[in-house]
Design a protein around this ligand. Structure first.
Ligand SMILES: Nc1ncnc2c1ncn2[C@@H]1O[C@H](COP(=O)(O)OP(=O)(O)OP(=O)(O)O)[C@@H](O)[C@H]1O
Ligand SMILES: [Mg+2]
Length: 112
């Protein structure tokens, strides 16, 4: 099992949610976060100029999927979140050791 953590532009959330529903990924956690990437919150970085780092509002989506569903889920996120401009976001993928559905005590893939 894999966890996909995607940081996206807030206004793209609905599109990403729809795209994930279309590839039948069920379940996600969404948080409002703040962050910066390599432009450090600025649209341009002026060499030598004094600047402050700005946190920009972003949305973090967390989805845990079966390994076989990873690629289609990641593709759906990329296609729906991409504008081609800076700040489109980033996707982090990690391994998940164990999943438990609290209500039924089902484990791992059966609990996703
Ligand atoms: N290395 C990182 N570690 C943790 N979070 C990050 C990292 N890079 C980006 N993020 C998160 O992703 C958000 C969007 O990053 P962003 O898309 O600006 O990345 P970038 O590397 O600057 O790419 P681009 O050049 O397309 O802007 C950031 O606001 C931050 O929340
Ligand atoms: Mg950036």
């Amino acid at each position: 099992m894999k966890k996909i953590e995607a940081i996206i532009k807030p206004y793209k959330l609905e599109d990403v949610k729809d795209a994930l529903r279309e590839v039948e990924v069920s379940g996600m956690t969404v948080s409002e976060v703040k962050g910066y990437g390599r432009q450090q919150g600025h649209s341009e970085l002026y060499r030598g100029a004094e600047y402050v780092v700005d946190f920009l509002p972003k949305i973090k989506i967390e989805i845990v999927v079966k390994k076989e569903d990873l690629e289609k889920a990641v593709d759906a996120i990329i296609q729906s979140a991409k504008t081609g401009k800076i700040g489109d976001g980033k996707i982090f993928i990690t391994n998940i050791e164990k999943v438990i559905r609290i209500r039924t005590n089902e484990k791992n893939e059966e609990a996703i």
